[in-house]
Design a protein. Structure first.
Length: 189
């Protein structure tokens, strides 16, 4: 059974090429996701948002969100795919779990814009918006789970990461500009 999205000429969601792209990007997230540098505030610097943003740019909203969901599911099941080679329900339900859940919004926002336009400025803005959405969910979650006030949560989970997020956004755009046209030839838009 094939299900295609509303774009005419688009690759069906469940084609061999589409499922392969989703599986490969899920694997990429699982390989890159655990790489992190712990910080004193408890929220590590990681490349998870970088690879999820890149995934959404490269394979679009539906496949990118599915790859992100599969990554979260694998981590929930206990595979060590989260930052610091951790996994399990405790990690997802813990103080930094909101940032993990927020990755779904990051993938949705970036993927949707990437599906709609080839404007790299718009895609960069979507990356920023997706990171803001992820950080908003993560910050509220951190406040609730770690019993922090807003200021403490912002200084633990947002402020230290802004320069790195800017660098990651530029990197996603630069890599995406090169790789996306090549990938579209294989799996369709």
């Amino acid at each position: 059974m094939t299900v295609s999205n509303s774009n005419s000429g688009a690759q069906p969601m469940f084609s061999t090429e589409s499922m392969t792209a989703t599986a490969l990007m899920t694997a990429a997230i699982c390989v890159v996701g655990p790489l992190s540098i712990p910080l004193a505030g408890g929220v590590p610097i990681s490349l998870q948002d970088f690879i999820i943003g890149l995934t959404a740019v490269l394979i679009g909203m539906k496949r990118g969100t599915m790859a992100t969901f599969l990554y979260l599911l694998l981590g929930l099941l206990g595979l060590p795919v989260f930052s610091g080679f951790t996994g399990g329900v405790g990690k997802l339900a813990g103080p930094t779990g909101g940032y993990l859940v927020g990755f779904l919004l990051l993938a949705l926002i970036v993927g949707k814009v990437s599906d709609m336009t080839d404007s790299w400025l718009m895609i960069a803005l979507a990356l920023v918006l997706g990171q803001v959405a992820d950080m908003a969910i993560g910050t509220v979650w951190l406040m609730l789970m770690a019993h922090m006030d807003l200021k403490a949560a912002l200084f633990a989970g947002v402020i230290p990461f802004l320069p790195g997020n800017a660098i990651k956004t530029v990197a996603v755009v630069l890599i995406g500009k090169t790789v996306k046209p090549l990938l579209q030839k294989v799996i369709g838009k």
